[in-house]
Design a protein around this ligand. Structure first.
Ligand SMILES: *[C@@H]1O[C@H](CO)[C@@H](O)[C@H](O)[C@H]1NC(C)=O
Length: 289
């Protein structure tokens, strides 16, 4: 028991001495931050939060005076988005911008009672997945692309539908994430960007799309094969048409459209096209009339 009380006291003392220089709070633009001062028992006359920005400009963020119950937020940087809990001194700032970065100092009755550090970073970009195929049809290489301007120390996290699979440190960001076909077309992959202040995730890349033949689908391939067959048949046909007089005449008679500019006859008048049918070279027996 004695040991427990001792450690409790020890921890409290540690917390008390550490709290004025508490670690940096990291937020992203648009977030809300709260800073809660250590508990106190003295009665409140005034409570004030001051902000020292990155350029060391010190301004009053918010001040509460219990004597006339007045709340004062003089600076436009904090107007409308800043509030204070008049019992605990807790500071709340909504809709953070990068300008809210810096040090926050809490003063109770004119005495400094706590200091907090805030870093607001730009909202993370949403990454996109780029796919590369190699020689192996069962493997694709994925890259996580993002607009990196203004962001340092981002981690890339690759996940499939069920779990996180790999974390890439900043120096590994141009490496590929290798995906092997699992034959579960509904499995999907995402990449996320992670900073201390937030996380943004790409759209899902489904396995059924990742291993799709790039370019030519089955339909296109069938079309190409049929075209090649037609070309070969046409070529063979043309060859015989030129070299074999029997074939030539057969074709010549069948397809009257091949004869110069003569208009192609319709079904009905083809049958009464007597002069051509009787041409000397014709081997085609005349339809019995
Ligand atoms: C996700 O990856 C893990 C580890 O490789 C694997 O065990 C799991 O089956 C995968 N999930 C799916 C849906 O394929």
């Amino acid at each position: 028991m004695a040991f427990v009380s001792f450690s409790t006291v020890f921890v409290s003392v540690m917390l008390f001495t550490v709290s004025p220089v508490a670690g940096k709070t990291e937020k992203t633009e648009g977030d809300t931050v709260e800073f809660t001062p250590a508990e106190f028992t003295v009665s409140i006359t005034t409570m004030e939060w001051t902000h020292v920005d990155k350029s060391s400009n010190k301004i009053k963020a918010i001040k509460w005076d219990s004597r006339d119950q007045s709340l004062n937020i003089p600076n436009p940087r904090f107007k409308k988005i800043t509030s204070i809990d008049t019992k605990t001194g807790k500071l709340t700032i909504e809709s953070l911008t990068k300008e809210h970065s810096g040090q926050y100092k809490f003063e109770l009755n004119g005495e400094t009672k706590g200091e907090f550090s805030l870093e607001v970073s730009e909202r993370l970009p949403i990454p996109t997945i780029e796919r590369d195929t190699g020689n192996n049809p069962n493997i694709v290489y994925l890259k996580c692309n993002y607009d990196g301007s203004g962001h340092k120390d981002l981690l890339i996290i690759w996940s499939n539908s069920t779990q996180e699979l790999r974390t890439m440190k900043p120096e590994e960001h141009d490496k590929s994430f290798i995906v092997e076909k699992s034959n579960n077309p509904d499995n999907y992959y995402t990449c996320s960007l992670k900073s201390p202040a937030g996380r943004e995730t790409s759209l899902k890349a489904y396995e059924r799309d990742l291993f799709k033949e790039s370019g030519l689908g089955e339909g296109a391939i069938a079309g190409i094969i049929i075209s090649i067959i037609i070309l070969i048949c046409g070529g063979v046909g043309a060859f015989f048409y030129k070299t074999n007089s029997v074939f030539h005449d057969l074709i010549h008679d069948r397809f009257s459209c091949l004869r110069g500019n003569a208009p192609a006859p319709t079904e009905t008048n083809a049958n009464v096209n007597v002069p051509l049918r009787n041409s000397p070279s014709s081997t085609q027996p005349a339809d019995g009339d």
